[in-house]
Structure formats: structure tokens, C-alpha cells
Design a protein around this ligand. Structure first.
Ligand code: CAA
Length: 248
């Protein structure tokens, strides 16, 4: 429904920008969080979207930190209103074989990719339940479904995310709150650009579609799940991976 308030964590990243654009184009009021971006980088990002005709708000938040999420929720309520659509998208990689992985690289990935989903969702769930409407979309990864070399941390966090989705879907189905996971495959963003070229080429050569996804191809699925009319879809995982991993 036009005018609903959507919060996109990590919305100024590769997929995030496409999600903000898609939701804003559909008439949602859109706000993003991000942690490490300096104010001027966010200003630049907002200005770029403004040029395209999209006004996207910004609240500072470290999604890995519960107290920061509490403060962010207070700011959201004061500046924008009640969050009706939540897209948990903030994520990082710190790839290394597990036998070489630092504890910090494990912890940062689990904190930012998985703990964050609880930290942020917890702030808005009671409001959604009280109002009898909410849409939560958790953005996982094909590598959470399959495991991936160098990603014990990321694969564990992304798989855990869908466990959270399924439990939350059951708890909230009678309250008008749907909770789903979208699992993208490899998407053309700075995250996949950081993979060594030869490794990336080898991975892409094994994708049946023969290419990586464009961010917009993920965004449209997220927006579909966020729609008022999609409420009967809950607890689902929707893969968008060019045939890289087929399952049912
Ligand atoms: N398949 C098969 N073999 C692999 C492999 C793979 N995907 N990745 C590494 N190997 C093998 C290498 O071929 C090599 O074998 P040999 O010793 O026989 O030559 C061995 O493992 C060691 O590989 P490296 O020399 O590359 O070792 P490294 O320690 O320097 O790096 C790595 C290992 C971190 C796994 C690196 O290869 C890498 O970054 N791989 C990419 C991981 C990846 O796919 N990350 C996804 C990031 S994007 C993302 O996460 C978004 C999303 O949701 C999809």
C-alpha cells in the first residue's frame, strides 16, 4: 500500500540501493540504516537517489549492537513513524578457510549478519503485532543453503537467518505479520567484486544462467514479499540464484 513506512538495513549497499529504489518507486516511504558510512557518503548516496526522484531517509545504527538498535528505533518513531515493512539486509563477508579463520572474522560476520536480525526485528515486532500488519524480509544467501569454501562464518549466519524466519513466521502468522527469507545467488555488487577474479570466474561458470544477478532482480522479489497482497506467504525461503542451487 502506498505510503507504508519501510526500513531497509544496509540500504546503501549494492542490493540495498536497488531495494530502496524499488520500494520508493512503488510509493513506500523508505529509510535506511548504515553504520560506517561517513555522513558525506550517505549525503552523496541520498543525493544520487534524489536525482532519480526518490527521497530516502537515513538513520545511523550499528545493527550488531542491541543498544544502538534501540536508539535507532526511537529515532525512527520520532522522525518517521511506525515501521510496517522491515528488510533485514545488512551484511558483510570475511572469507577465509575455517582452519585459518580469526575469531574476530567469525564473530563480526555472525554479529552483523545474524545477531542483527534479532536486534533490529525485536524493536519493531510488538508494534507490527499490535497494529495487525507487518512484513519482514530477511536477506540470506545461496551459500547459507549450500555452504561455500571460505565461508564457514557467512554460511552459518545465513543458514541461521532462515531458522529465525521460520520460527518468527509461526509466532506471528495470526497477527498479520509475514516473515520470509530471500536467498540471492551471486549478485553483481562490490561484495562479489572482492572475490579473486579467477575464483569468481570459476563460480560464475557453474551458474546455469551463465551470469551473476543484477541487484534489481533481487529487489523485485523482496518488494513482492513486502506487498500487502503477499501476506499468505510466510515462513518461506525464495531463492533467486539463476539455477545455481535447485531444491524444493
Ligand atoms: N571450489 C573448489 N575449490 C576451491 C574453491 C571453490 N569454490 N575455493 C577454493 N578452492 C581450492 C583452491 O582451488 C585451492 O586448491 P589447490 O590448493 O588445489 O590449488 C585451495 O582451495 C586453496 O584456495 P586459495 O589458494 O584460494 O586459498 P586462500 O586461503 O587464499 O583463499 C578462499 C580461500 C577464501 C576460499 C578464496 O578462494 C575465496 O575467497 N573464495 C571465494 C569464496 C566465495 O565464494 N565468497 C563469496 C563472497 S560473495 C557473497 O558471499 C555473497 C553471496 O551471498 C553469494
Amino acid at each position: 500500500m502506498a505510503g507504508r513506512l519501510a526500513l531497509v538495513t544496509g540500504g546503501n549497499g549494492g542490493i540495498g540501493t536497488a531495494v530502496c529504489r524499488e520500494l520508493a518507486a512503488q510509493g513506500y516511504r523508505v529509510v535506511t540504516t548504515c553504520v560506517d558510512a561517513k555522513a558525506e557518503r550517505v549525503d552523496e548516496w541520498q543525493a544520487q537517489l534524489r536525482e532519480e526522484g526518490f527521497e530516502v531517509g537515513y538513520v545511523e545504527c550499528n545493527v550488531a549492537d542491541y543498544a544502538s538498535c534501540q536508539r535507532m528505533a526511537e529515532q525512527m518513531a520520532a522522525s518517521y513513524g511506525e515501521v510496517e515493512v522491515l528488510i533485514n539486509l545488512a551484511g558483510i563477508t570475511r572469507d577465509a578457510f575455517c582452519h585459518k579463520m580469526d575469531h574476530k572474522d567469525w564473530q563480526d560476520v555472525v554479529d552483523i549478519n545474524l545477531d542483527s536480525v534479532f536486534n533490529v526485528t525485536r524493536q519493531f515486532l510488538n508494534g507490527m503485532r499490535d497494529r495487525g500488519f507487518g512484513r519482514i524480509v530477511n536477506v540470506s544467501s545461496v551459500n547459507g543453503q549450500t555452504g561455500q569454501f571460505g565461508q564457514a562464518n557467512y554460511s552459518a549466519a545465513k543458514a541461521g537467518m532462515h531458522g529465525f524466519t521460520m520460527a518468527l513466521a509461526k509466532e506471528n502468522a495470526r497477527k498479520g505479520v509475514s516473515v520470509n527469507t530471500v536467498s540471492p545467488g551471486y549478485v553483481a555488487t562490490s561484495m562479489t567484486a572482492a572475490i579473486p577474479d579467477n575464483v569468481r570466474e570459476q563460480i560464475v561458470s557453474q551458474i546455469p544462467a551463465g551470469r551473476m544477478a543484477e541487484p534489481g532482480e533481487i529487489a523485485r522479489v523482496i518488494a513482492f514479499l513486502a506487498a500487502d497482497e503477499s501476506g499468505y506467504i510466510t515462513g518461506a525461503n525464495v531463492p533467486v540464484n539463476g539455477g545455481q542451487f535447485c531444491s524444493f
